[in-house]
Write a protein of this length. Structure first.
Length: 219
């Protein structure tokens, strides 16, 4: 079962920062999950929200700042994170807006052909089905995770349609019946965001394939 650090190791260090990914590596994760948006000059930036308000000292939309301005606020580019990780774990890139998808695909292609990363070291996940359809059409070698926050059934039907690798559901949606259904359709289950000991015992009892946690050492 994969141990996946949510936004790095969000429970210990500020989310989606290089320090948070360093902490996740220290905690021996199999993978890190992170979120991406585009800067005004088209760089892929690692940040969860569409604005910088919650996680930096500035206010405004990520898409209104240049990459160099965002870097000064402590927000790394996806390339900086890849360089830092240096193939020490798998990376689950959650695309927050479909417009970032072509750039993310180009970047993965570049890192596979020029930097010795393997396709199986990347996963792309999203709640945005337009983004995931694009990934499936453009590069079938990249593992796709269909994020589900409300309906496992709808996510499963879509995963079959786009030949996804996994369903990544909110853990409270899971039960033994739908876990069996997902597995019998050939998909892995990477569930989020599981933090408390009781919730970890619950999802582990269902035999999922990976757990995404702010505290990856608890998994
Ligand atoms: O990838 C799972 C999880 O990160 C999705 O929710 O809001 O934390 O990005 P959120
Ligand atoms: Ca996320």
């Amino acid at each position: 079962m994969l141990k996946i650090g949510h936004r790095g190791a969000k429970g210990y260090v500020a989310e989606n920062t290089l320090a948070s990914f360093a902490k996740a590596i220290e905690l021996k994760v199999d993978a890190v999950e992170l979120d991406v948006h585009l800067s005004s000059d088209g760089e892929i930036m690692v940040i969860h929200d569409a604005t910088v308000n919650r996680t930096t000292t500035e206010t405004g939309f990520v898409s209104d700042f240049s990459a160099s301005e965002l870097k000064k606020l402590g927000i790394p580019t996806l390339e900086q994170v890849l360089l830092f990780l240096n193939r020490r774990c798998v990376i689950n890139i959650e695309i927050k807006e479909a417009t970032a998808t072509p750039k993310v695909l180009q970047l993965i292609e570049k890192w596979v052909t020029e930097q010795h990363w393997k396709y199986n070291q990347f996963q792309i996940s999203s709640f945005n089905w337009e983004a995931l359809s694009m990934v499936s059409k453009i590069n079938s070698k990249i593992a796709i995770g269909v994020l589900a926050e409300a309906s496992i059934e709808k996510a499963l039907a879509f995963a079959i349609q786009i030949k996804a690798h996994s369903i990544n559901p909110y853990f409270k949606l899971l039960n033994s019946e739908n876990v069996n259904l997902i597995h019998s359709n050939g998909f892995k289950i990477y569930t989020w965001t599981v933090n408390t000991p009781e919730d970890l015992i619950f999802v582990k009892s269902l035999i999922v394939d990976g757990i995404i946690s702010d505290f990856p050492d608890r998994i």
